[in-house]
Write a protein that binds this ligand. Sequence first.
Ligand code: GLP
Length: 244
Amino acid sequence: TVYPNQKEAVAKVAQRIAGVIRNKQQNNQNAVLGLATGVTPIGVYNELIRLHKEEGLSFQNVITFNLDEYYPMQPGAAQSYVRFMNEQLFDHIDINRNNIHIPDGTLSLDAIPAFCLDYEKKITAAGGLDLQILGIGRTGHIGFNEPGSAPNSGTRLVTLDDLTRSDAARDFGGKENVPTKAITMGIGTIFKAREIILMAWSKKKAPIIKKAVEGEISGEVPATYLQLSDHVEFVLDEDAASLL
Ligand code: GLP
């Protein structure tokens, strides 16, 4: 779906999320959301905060699982996705802190496989993801599933692509400070979500959106795997859709 501008697109995505939450509330069930970081979803989080403050949208029945975290990463560090999520969303809504899940960047290397299996189990135990929101990296990554990721991959430790580390250099004060690894939900984990929304804004994302939507399905551009899903929607502004 292409919207004339980011503002309208953001409002629609926030309404979709609010719809899932309210629908579940009416049935006394939890809403299980897969959340993303990066610049792309910030407007959606702002709108959700507004809906909470001005229209009484409650998040008390919401369970969240974030896509990814750099490794290693301390939760209080400026670049941590834990900190990002607190600042951009969680500190401003009434979510129960026990319902928040973000991959742990502080683990020892040998503890990561068990953590990742447990992350998958927790998603399943929560009832599975009702809605997963995604951004897209210039390598075509979703979460941190870089080129070479398998379509059935689960949550795991991955090595970041050189281009991804260049894109993150500004946040870290130089590429040499960007971690070389991350923990990410897999393509398979994302695929299990009952609904997937990938968002992209601006001309900068237009070339990778063209590849993701129209390109050959291949592990070289992991977002192309989304072409295989019948429950995914790309929500774009006109600039991001300009090469389609
Ligand atoms: C990071 C995140 C991705 C995100 C991507 C794009 O690499 N791990 O989940 O989609 O950046 O970021 P942005 O939205 O800032 O363009």
